[in-house]
Write a protein that binds this ligand. Structure first.
Ligand code: ADP
Ligand code: MG
Length: 337
């Protein structure tokens, strides 16, 4: 199938850590109608690789994170983690898979009990998974994320935002997982602290051989980690490929706009050119636009974009994108050559 991703390169081992096929997830909400949170989303991540998932708020990133970790199940399609169907797993297998894949949230504070010392919180996670939960193991976990074992005696409010996110990561690492889904892990942090956490993640990835799904609304934030990137818009992947290909030759007007918005400290750069400027708000996913969902905001919009939905078509290698105007395949078809 031409729309199936076939990634490779980077730290890849050839073994598939994550295989999401044609996943659909809708939410029926009173008053708002049916929200198309994910529409035919497919991704494949080899073991040891980092997939960056990027797009504006509301495009379905957290929904994907919840399906990957089985906090929710898809309406259709499949989710495989290291070859096992987590979307279908029953109790025992699910318990095993919950040790294989872990989710790290944007705000670990929200899931920490303010009255509980950090050491107690970490020991609790270990106990739930029937793992050794003594002081030594808790201290080891804290050191893994760059904190002193003495942090175990602290309460959440005594920690900085960066330290709390380290605790969030330590908690995920407690079960010795192989895959981490990181849902905007640095979005709430100060810029200087962001770099520290990204560096920590880069180190952990190498030392522990982890596979990451790194979610961000900001394309620039994933550049330090991602081997491949999926750009999402209103529940769909609109461009997908190796990081270098997507960042060097972004094809979808939405990707180009996201990239133009990446702050670049170069005074010679003026405002982005008009064909990169995307205006307006993201439409409601309960009522997605016809044709290409991006067309009402697209600077390159043509007639067919309003009525015909573009397919994901290959550019080069497995880099692919869905755009009537910029896709080389779509253009070739349209120009009668
Ligand atoms: P993102 O993480 O990219 O901001 P989400 O996955 O959180 O996006 O949301 C995608 C869409 O699904 C949004 O329109 C959101 O309002 C909707 N949505 C997410 N979760 C629910 C839910 N539990 N009930 C109803 N709508 C939801
Ligand atoms: Mg989200």
């Amino acid at each position: 199938m031409p729309d199936k991703p076939t990634p490779g390169g980077g730290n890849s081992s050839g073994e598939i850590a994550i295989e999401v096929r044609d996943v659909v997830k809708r939410y029926r909400t009173p008053g708002r109608g049916e929200v198309h949170a994910l529409d035919n989303v497919s991704v494949r991540v080899e073991r040891g690789q980092v997939l960056g998932v990027v797009g504006e708020s509301g495009c379905g990133k957290s929904t994907l994170a919840r399906l990957l970790t089985r906090l929710e199940r898809p309406d259709s399609g499949s989710v495989e983690i290291l070859g096992r169907r987590i979307d279908l797993a029953k109790r025992r297998e699910l318990r095993e898979l919950r040790r294989v894949i872990q989710l790290v949230f944007q705000d670990p504070y929200a899931s920490l009990d303010p009255r509980q010392r950090i050491g107690t919180a970490l020991a609790e996670v270990l106990t739930v998974h029937r793992l050794p939960s003594g002081t030594a193991r808790v201290g080891e976990l804290l050191e893994t994320v760059g904190l002193s074992p003495a942090t175990a005696d602290r309460y959440p409010h005594q920690l900085s935002g960066g330290q709390r996110q380290r605790i969030g990561i330590a908690r995920a690492l407690a079960v010795d997982p192989q895959v981490l889904v990181l849902d905007e892990p640095v979005s709430a942090l100060d810029v200087s602290v962001r770099a520290e956490i990204i560096n920590l993640l880069a180190r952990l990835r190498t030392e522990l051989g982890l596979t990451f799904v790194f979610i961000s609304h900001d394309l620039g934030m994933v550049r330090h980690l991602a081997d491949q990137v999926a750009v999402m818009y209103l529940g769909k992947i609109v461009e997908y490929g190796p990081w270098d290909a997507v960042s060097d030759t972004p094809g979808h007007p939405y990707t180009r706009a996201l990239q133009a918005a990446v702050p670049i400290a170069d005074p010679r750069l003026d405002a982005p050119p008009a064909d990169l400027v995307v205006t307006g708000e993201v439409p409601d996913a309960a009522n997605p636009p016809s044709g290409c969902r991006f067309h009402p905001r697209c600077p390159l919009v043509e007639d067919r974009c309003r009525s015909v939905e573009p397919l994901m078509l290959p550019e080069s290698g497995w880099h692919r994108l869905a755009c009537h105007v910029t896709s080389s395949e779509a253009t070739a078809e349209g120009t009668d050559r």
